[in-house]
Design a binder for this molecule. Structure first.
Ligand SMILES: [Zn+2]
Length: 317
């Protein structure tokens, strides 16, 4: 096996609940995610999201929806114990291999399921280590990328609880004001699990150079997302992906960029870069980096090592 790849953003539960398909067999054409594809692609760690877009589910329903997703993850892990396990400690990180076993960690995308900040610990116990406080539209904690609302009073309380429990803020879906609010209040590590460089592709879901610098200053990273409209206008290739990586590397060095593919995150592979038919093809990003002159050890960091460093810092000893 080649590089150990870490994919920092995959809406596995949402995809499986929506399609009802079996994760244990290769993904059908147009779909990108399955256990065989992750194994074949050398993905050694995967972030399985608990996705709660406000506007679909609110209040109790958001919580129920998140419970359903977490139950699906529990069932997947129980069904494939030889290939999948939940990352619970720093030591677990060293057990992950390209080709399996694959470590899974959870990222809550939209904090709507957390009815009160005091409930956050319950989700942490179940494996949530990263929380994107809002999705695209405002919830009771913050605004999202489609508005200009910062952290609310409840959001400040939630963030304080995240800081206390060592849960990492995911800035990907926050607007600039909410990002500023989070960075002013929370002194620790932050990431953007699935966002690209706005300097190359101006889009509200992408990050300004200043935001990328502030993420790097905290030791965090930017997960490059493979959704074509966030990469470029028109045709998107592996070279487009590498240009975004290049941009982050030029700004802050090679230790603060990784992958957060979001493949099957509400889009099919016709919206992925040309050449990416599933998560099994993520190593092609590494091949393209090599063609651009990247050294093998740097490629290994970009494809997985940087996320592993973050996870070692985030997980309990
Ligand atoms: Zn997202």
């Amino acid at each position: 096996m080649g590089w150990l790849i870490v994919d920092g953003h995959e809406d596995i539960a949402t995809e499986l609940l929506e399609t009802g398909r079996d994760f244990g067999v290769p993904a059908p054409a147009g779909h990108a995610l399955s256990l065989p594809d992750l194994l074949r692609g050398g993905v050694g760690v995967v972030f399985g999201t608990v996705f709660s877009p406000d506007g679909y589910w609110k209040g109790e329903t958001a919580t129920e929806n998140a419970e359903r997703q977490m139950a699906l993850y529990d069932a997947l892990l129980a069904r494939h114990p030889e290939h999948l396990f939940r990352l619970e400690s720093q030591g677990d990180v060293s057990l992950c291999r390209a080709g399996g076993p694959i470590g899974m960690v959870h990222l809550m995308e939209g904090a709507d399921p957390v009815r009160h900040p005091q409930e956050l610990s319950r989700w942490v116990e179940r494996g949530v280590r990263f929380v994107g406080i809002a999705w695209n539209t405002p919830n009771r904690y913050a605004g999202g990328t489609r508005d200009d609302v910062g952290l609310t009073e409840a959001g400040v309380r939630l963030l304080d609880e995240m800081t206390r429990l060592g849960v990492v803020p995911d800035l990907s879906h926050l607007n600039a004001r909410a990002v500023d609010d989070v960075l002013a209040r929370h002194g620790g590590l932050v990431v953007a699990s699935h966002s690209n460089a706005a300097a190359l592709r101006p889009h509200r879901r992408n990050l300004s150079d200043d935001q990328i610098r502030r993420i790097a200053e905290r030791g965090g990273l930017v997960g490059i997302v493979l959704y074509a409209p966030f990469l470029a206008e028109g045709e998107v290739t592996l070279d487009t992906v590498v240009r975004h990586i290049d941009h982050v590397v030029a700004l802050v060095g090679p230790d603060h960029v990784g992958l957060g593919s979001d493949l099957d995150g509400g889009f099919r592979t016709d919206k992925a870069p040309r050449g990416i038919a599933s998560v099994a093809d993520l190593a092609l990003v590494g091949e393209q980096l090599r063609r651009r002159g990247y050294a093998d050890d740097v490629i290994a960091r970009v494809l997985g090592g940087n996320w592993l460093r973050v996870l070692r810092r985030v997980l309990p000893s």
